[in-house]
Design a protein around this ligand. Structure first.
Ligand SMILES: Cc1cc2nc3c(=O)[nH]c(=O)nc-3n(C[C@H](O)[C@H](O)[C@H](O)COP(=O)(O)OP(=O)(O)OC[C@H]3O[C@@H](n4cnc5c(N)ncnc54)[C@H](O)[C@@H]3O)c2cc1C
Length: 417
């Protein structure tokens, strides 16, 4: 099946930028125009910096390809985050990311971002008895930390999703769904309104640090800046003078059906929640603003066996919603997730006034927006204690290629069944 990204096809925040063809000087240069880079640019410009942001295309990376689930926290249980980072640092990160959906939806409201935002909550659906125990434990841990959640039983979950397949679900009413590409483009539009210079078709090819300045070379221009943010996450193109970010690349794909016929619209997710399940090879489902059903799962659509994934998606639709058997699929696309060994995002110090941020491990709408803003504030204040995680001078991700191959092989094998 020919790949076509639903978010690109249906984008409402249409905004484009020309490429850089001169030498410029700026306070802060940002490489990468996803959630992280655009959020950082907006925040820095609001705080008075002159900012230049470059990318081949705003939203080209994960930000323009993702599911659109605006979640609080990370994928992991909060207690796990605290055990990995230590109590104080774990509590700090958990607290920061618990507020991330508020930040995202307030930016959408403030800048009237046209991204089909629907804050009707998310459902983490238990696919098995074991999955039910998992969401019960999450409910306990998150509630103890102040989250307002509800546990739904099998029947309530069926009413909410329209599917009888789940053993229960965890409802977060403060979360929601968006068209992720339009959210990213809207952030770029807002950043531009504060004077950020944005250049597309502009790739950083070389970085040098000269006398406390950063010098970035692109094909037809140069940028000199006091401060630097690398926000390239899983889509980093090689840049001479910069060590590549270290993460395991995990592929996630989605298919979208044609709009559900009007008599079936209320039969699937009548309240419009965004959903994902507890399976270790996870899947997600949601509706878009035109009532297309979007199903996603781990897998790469770029290899010769990728039909296994799209065939699985058809079977998954039928298994969850038998009455949608044979519904046409109009879109399919995939993207790369930057996974770190401990699933905690990383902030790397690159030198004087320079950071790289990556490794959201599949949850980057809230975290990317939050980390981008936090890093830009830290660049201005010089206060690293305000960052959601302690910055590192060095990060290594051993065996990342082997891990990536293993995950893709495992997902393909499971999707064959
Ligand atoms: C299929 C999929 C589904 C996902 N679903 C969700 C979800 O539902 N909810 C959620 O919270 N998260 C989700 N995520 C994760 C989320 O999308 C990412 O964590 C997030 O987009 C990362 O944002 P970013 O700005 O850091 O990086 P990106 O959006 O990847 O942006 C990086 C940018 O850097 C640019 N770049 C790279 N190299 C250079 C260079 N040399 N010069 C100039 N520019 C360069 C790239 O072109 C790219 O646009 C999903 C990810 C994928 C792939």
């Amino acid at each position: 099946m020919h790949q076509k990204n639903l978010w690109q096809d249906n984008s409402k925040e249409k905004i484009t930028f020309s490429n850089l063809k001169k030498s410029i000087t700026t306070d802060l240069v940002i490489i990468g125009g996803g959630f992280t880079g655009c959020s950082a640019a907006l925040s820095a410009a609001k705080n008075g910096l002159s900012v230049t942001l470059i990318d081949q295309k705003i939203g080209y990376g994960g930000s323009g390809r993702n599911v659109g689930l605006v979640n609080a926290g990370l994928w992991m249980h909060p207690e796990k985050v605290e055990s990995i980072l230590g109590l104080a640092a774990g509590v700090k990160l958990n607290k920061a990311l618990a507020t991330a959906p508020d930040l995202v939806f307030s930016l959408i409201d403030s800048y009237e971002i046209n991204c089909s935002a629907n804050r009707s909550g998310t459902l983490h659906c238990a696919h098995s008895e074991k999955g039910l125990k998992d969401i019960q434990l999450r409910f306990k841990q998150l509630s103890e930390r102040g989250a307002e959640l509800e546990l739904f039983d099998r029947q309530q979950t069926q009413q909410r999703t329209g599917s009888s397949k789940f053993f229960g679900s965890l409802f977060n009413k403060k979360a929601g769904i968006i068209n992720p590409l339009d959210y990213c483009l809207g952030l770029a539009r807002a950043a531009k309104s504060y004077g950020v210079n944005i250049y597309e078709s502009t790739i950083a090819t070389n970085i040098q640090s000269i006398n406390n300045d950063w010098l970035i070379k692109t094909a037809e221009g140069t940028i000199k800046a006091k401060m630097l943010l690398i926000a390239t996450n899983a889509y980093q193109k090689p840049i001479e003078g910069l060590n590549p970010s270290k993460y395991t690349s995990v592929q996630y794909f989605q298919v979208a059906t044609k709009s559900l016929p009007s008599d079936l619209v209320k039969s699937v997710l009548p309240n419009g929640e965004g959903c994902w399940d507890t399976a270790s090879v996870m899947s997600s489902f949601r509706l878009d603003a035109d009532n297309r059903l979007i199903i996603g799962g781990i897998g790469n659509l770029g290899h010769s066996a990728s039909k296994i994934h799209t065939n699985w998606a058809r079977r998954k639709i039928e298994s969850l919603f038998p009455h949608l058997k044979n519904i046409d699929i109009e879109f399919c696309w995939h993207g790369r997730i930057a996974m770190t060994g401990d699933h905690i995002p990383k902030i790397l110090r690159l030198g004087s006034n320079a950071y790289s941020v990556f490794g959201y491990s599949g949850r980057g709408i809230g975290p990317g927006t939050y980390f981008g803003k936090a890093v830009s504030e830290c660049l201005i204040s010089g206060d690293e204690t305000s960052l959601p995680v302690d910055p590192l001078d060095y990060y290594q991700e051993p065996f990342s290629k082997i891990k990536a191959g293993f995950i893709e092989f495992g997902a393909t094998a499971i999707h064959l069944l």
